[in-house]
Design a protein around this ligand. Sequence first.
Ligand SMILES: [Fe+2]
Ligand SMILES: [Fe+2]
Length: 293
Amino acid sequence: MIADRERTAERLLKSSADRSYDPDVDIDWDADLAPDKYFLPAHRCSLYGTPLWDGLSVEQRIELTKHELASIASVGIWFEVILMELLVRHAYNADPLTRHTQYALTEVADECRHSVMFARLIEKVGCPAYGPGHTALRLGRIFKDIAFGPSMFAGILVAEEITDALQRESMNDPSVQPLVRMVNRIHVIEEARHVRYAREEVLRGTPGLSRAALAYHRFMLARTAYIVTRSLIHPRVYRSVGLDPYEARRVAWANPHYQETLRWAGSKLVSFLDENTLIDGPSRKLWQAVHLV
Ligand SMILES: [Fe+2]
Ligand SMILES: [Fe+2]
């Protein structure tokens, strides 16, 4: 049974009023970073368990997790900016008096604060905003102009749920920097509402699709999942510890630990989308190529 659209939005608005954060005041940006703490749980680093990892000192391992965190955060900003545009478009010709539209606008406000928070995090740790790379930037521009319906909301879920799994683990890990744990905690709390909103739209939008429409949404969604997953770690991060970016990237994608991390981070999302027939047919190969299926 799918919950009533207005009732869900009403609940999400109430939760937003009760529990929202302002990263400007809720985070102590002046606190020093801990010299001996990781920026991601070490076992989630893309090279963890490989000979390249074994060749790094503890300081270099910490440094690499810092750059991987910055890469993921900058890809988060990229996707949130896309998402804000999609939500604004979703609200454009919708009735502003519905709770559903009001919640879409509230979510834009959440994402707006998140993107500034991630930007300040990257700045604080002293890394570049790597971003998703040229190809993904170009494809993202097309995606944000043409996305609609189930593959739009499911595409949003891909970015939100994969990062959510990583952040939930990281926020509870005492080996991770306190600042990073706090950023993750804020993001996890607010994203839970977004996931609820998008999942229900997927549930409402998918069952009535024609066969051709379903094939289209499956393909668009698989492309999104492929591009987002491939973009998370920019190859240039490996230069921070003196590794060749393209060699290290090849090792990372062949790394069974990293493949398992991706599978684990996407598992709840993938079972939800699979149950709703959105992962099937020829596009399944794209999901497999990035180890989500
Ligand atoms: Fe967000
Ligand atoms: Fe979100």
